[in-house]
Design a protein around this ligand. Structure first.
Ligand code: C5P
Length: 229
């Protein structure tokens, strides 16, 4: 078992990024956003004019990307969150959230070779412990994680959150369409031992409270102040 791994899976807009970041900060664990890794590969493909249908070329391109864990925030600031994912020596950029990336990322993510390379990179990042968010972390990347959370929220709620985040109505339809395309190859299902949390009617603190209660039950040694190893 990977003793210090918290897997958080769920669809876009389910609240997983907000929860994963907060939980990482609270528990002093690195924060790894695996969606950003797929988005970074998609950005590289668009830049290098690699066809998103060309699996071999995408796997080769993946080898050129550098995923590391580095301190979050600026060096002179106190570091509440010890480390997070950096891509090619920088924190994930806003560019990764563009409509063009979101229109192409599902095509990149559907190739088995790409997913295998991603799994290997994600396992390497998480081996020392992490809060890792994605869609297949509890089922495929760290099936032995002691804590697995699966976030769900009503489609209208998820779309509404994305509209609020990005300030444009258009993103709502794109989000639901991306869900549909993702589900064709990689059905988004909770691991058998995952705790499903419906965040439709929960605020951020409420969601964090439920998640911390699961950690207390399944891996109490991860809680701050725990004297257990
Ligand atoms: O989580 P986020 O919305 O940033 O993910 C972007 C895309 O990356 C998803 O739509 C999906 O195609 C892919 N993805 C994946 N497996 C993961 C994380 C993301 O296939 N673990």
């Amino acid at each position: 078992m990977t003793p210090r791994l918290i897997a958080i899976d769920g669809a876009a807009g389910s609240g997983k990024s907000t929860l994963a970041r907060l939980l990482a900060m609270t528990l002093g664990l690195p924060y790894v956003n695996t969606g950003a890794m797929y988005r970074a590969l998609t950005l590289a493909a668009l830049r290098e004019e690699v066809d998103v249908e060309d699996e071999d070329a995408l796997v080769r391109l993946m080898e050129t990307l550098d995923f590391t864990l580095r301190p979050a925030g600026r060096p002179e600031e106190p570091q509440p969150n010890p480390r997070e994912l950096w891509i090619d020596g920088a924190p994930p950029s806003d560019e990764l959230e563009s409509a063009e990336i979101e229109a192409n990322v599902s095509a990149v993510a559907r190739h088995p070779g790409v997913r295998a390379a991603m799994r290997a990179a994600q396992r390497a990042l998480g081996e020392g412990g992490a809060v890792m968010e994605g869609r297949d972390i509890g089922t495929a990347v760290f099936p032995d994680a002691p804590v697995k959370l699966f976030l769900v929220a009503a489609p209208q709620e998820r779309a509404g959150r994305r509209v609020e985040e990005r300030g444009s109505q258009e993103v709502a339809g794109a989000l639901l369409e991306r869900d549909r395309r993702d589900a064709l190859v990689n059905p988004l299902v909770p691991a058998e031992d995952a705790v499903v949390i419906d965040t439709s009617d929960l605020d951020v603190d409420g969601t964090l409270g439920v998640a911390l209660a699961v950690v207390a039950e399944r891996a109490p040694d991860l809680l701050p102040g725990s004297t257990q190893p």
